[in-house]
Design a protein around this ligand. Sequence first.
Ligand code: UFG
Length: 364
Amino acid sequence: MPPGMQAASLNFITNGSPMVSSGQRRKILVTGGAGYIGSHVVKALIEQGEDVVVFDNLSTGFAWSVADAELVVGDLADRGALNDLFGRHQFEAVLHFAANIWVGESVRKPAKYYRNNVANALNLFELASDHDVAHLIFSSTAAVYGQPDVSLLNETLPSAPINPYGASKTMAERLLTDIAATSSMTFAILRYFNVAGADPESRIGEATPFNNHLVKIALETALGLRESMAINGTDYPTEDGTCIRDYIHVEDLAAAHVAALQHLRQGHPSTVCNCGYGHGHSVREVIDVAKEITGVDFEVREGPRRPGDPAELVADNTKIRSLFSWQPRYDDLRMIVDTAWRWERVLFDRRTSRDDAFDLRQSA
Ligand code: UFG
């Protein structure tokens, strides 16, 4: 465990009212629970009194981020290990986060995405169904929609991905739908828009080195970990020429998972929901807010478009709001950037106190 984490990481139980009492607890498997989004969901589940087992290969996740959950280190490609895990525990529900997530990388290395996000997901879905798991929640993405010609994306739009990442998630959605149809397992497919921000108490957050997300890159540039950053394209058909995305705070996304689980437990049928706030911000707006919150006027270059980037992705979130009674608490770009900034400084202090601190300038 890195220095500085002892006090912060070990107990996520808060004063909220738990969703389950100890008498009715059944185990929940969270794949990729040591990663950025997965760890925030694990925290939210533990706060609800759930009994969580995390399965993670730690390729991009961290053992310190799973707090009180049991961590099993393993890879979804290892069907035998996964089968043993299902044999050892009677999981009521599976939440599947373990996946590769970079649009740009998926264009350069499509096979990696199809192997991990599709073939490995197939192992998990099949075993979950074989082992009578009641509910499965799958991390999907707005990237399944491709580049639709509408300003707000709702779930009835056809899947038409324009990059291998989106295609891999589309395929996994189909696998899950077909496999679940052969059993009593119900599922919720949650299509995330742009997830950002961190635990408001800065115990966990996005910590994967060489991360490509806009908010993260802007804050690393403000910290001086990168000499400058680039805007990927300034000639898009948007008001300021840069891409527009719907940024959702990771805590609100975690709450959506807890709500989805509750929904399925109440006996409702399988569903697909967008997770976003219903309004977007341009790349320039995000950079301006990052400069304002950090107080650093870091260097920004105007670069070429990044292959595979749609101009605008904004969620119609009517369905998730009505179906799960989900109410966002952090729908504010400044709050998102502020929690991410506080986490980034915790991470910076921790890394500079370690021998294995990496130099982000090498990857910028
Ligand atoms: N961007 C820059 N400069 C950077 C980094 C990003 O201009 O240094 C731009 C991107 O080109 C894009 C926007 O900022 O236009 C957002 O890029 P991110 O990499 O932060 O996020 P993406 O929109 O590419 O993808 C993210 C997730 C996907 C998810 C998608 C849904 O990584 O998993 O949001 O909207 F599918």
